[in-house]
Write a protein that binds this ligand. Sequence first.
Ligand code: PMP
Ligand code: GLU
Length: 398
Amino acid sequence: MLSLSQRALEITPSPTLTIDARAKELKNAGEDVIGFGAGEPDFDTPLHIRKAAQRAIDEGFTRYTPASGIPELKEAICEKLKKDNGLEFEPSQIVVSNGAKHSLDNVFATILNEGDEVVIPAPYWVSYPELVKLNGGTPVILETRRENNFKAGGDELERILTPRTKAFLLNSPGNPIGHVYTKKELENIALLALKHQFYIVSDEIYEKLIYGKSTHISVASLEKELQENTIIVNGVSKSYAMTGWRIGYTASARPIASAMAGIQSHRASNPNSIAQRAALEAISGPQECVEEMRQVFAKRRDYMLDRLDSFPLITPVKPEGAFYIFVDVGETFTKNFRGTAIGDSDNFAATLLEHYRVAIVPGRGFGAPGYARFSYATSFENITRGLDRLEAFLSELA
Ligand code: PMP
Ligand code: GLU
């Protein structure tokens, strides 16, 4: 066979989506698998949003739209950014894409030259380094510390900067840790971005999913000047249970937005016209559904955290947002399961799936091989049953 590109050869498929596909496959084959894998709300998309999509179809809103999104959706996004985040943007600064993942791909395609560096604090969401590499950049991984709740932004960030640093990846609330950056922590990052002139790519997709006292602050709102350096990434997948609709967006300085729109016009054209109408209803329609779902997630988080805390051999990190619990499973590595050492978190996850039918994502893809990620975006019943199984597995190990 003729050879593939170096880029294609270097890519590892998304481990979150791989685990999810495997769990769904087993379920479809009639296996009783509990999925704590991919971060996907288990709720149906709220009815008023689905109805807006049905209306779009009935009205024949089924043709190409402007490549970077329909004007009314961009307007609604600007209003949202003003109301929720205190930010002034114009529709020409918004680019609507096929999910926030596509938005991130567009961002890196737009700002990176070959070899430009993007600083990514670890643990990170699995797709960041791969998306940087796919666009010719070099991911520079910044190890964070548990005592800082795995956040970055102090001296260690300044030390890792080089003349090639083009951007810093900020994800708050974060996947997989669930941490939320405070105003002070954001100010530190902002100061460095202005002093050393790099972009902040701010992935705010979990902004509505915060539990406890923390609040979401969009870093761009800290200073007028900073808005030029910040590219906000957001979308409807998580807040509105719309993962399959594929709508994400960016808000950025005008030259960035227009370059990004140009790239998208060739690579993908417009995101789905019907999904754009649905997203318009999600963002500008009634918001009660968001709070209702958040409250359900909050109860699940508390329950899951309490139980994980009580189990032997593992230590969960307390999340303040998103819908994941990242768990230190390192102590299990020296334990034997039916005669074989667990060894690493890949095998921990594989054994749990194989023998106890619980799907979790091992930490390697998040840059934290001693950990594993549990998503609580699944029903309370599944959580209870899945944790019962995990408890049995751990007692077998202990
Ligand atoms: N950012 C983070 C941190 C995520 O966890 C996800 C997961 N889906 C995305 C972006 C991409 O979301 P979307 O479904 O809109 O592509
Ligand atoms: N972002 C979700 C996750 O981390 C969905 C899967 C993906 O897009 O990678 O599980």
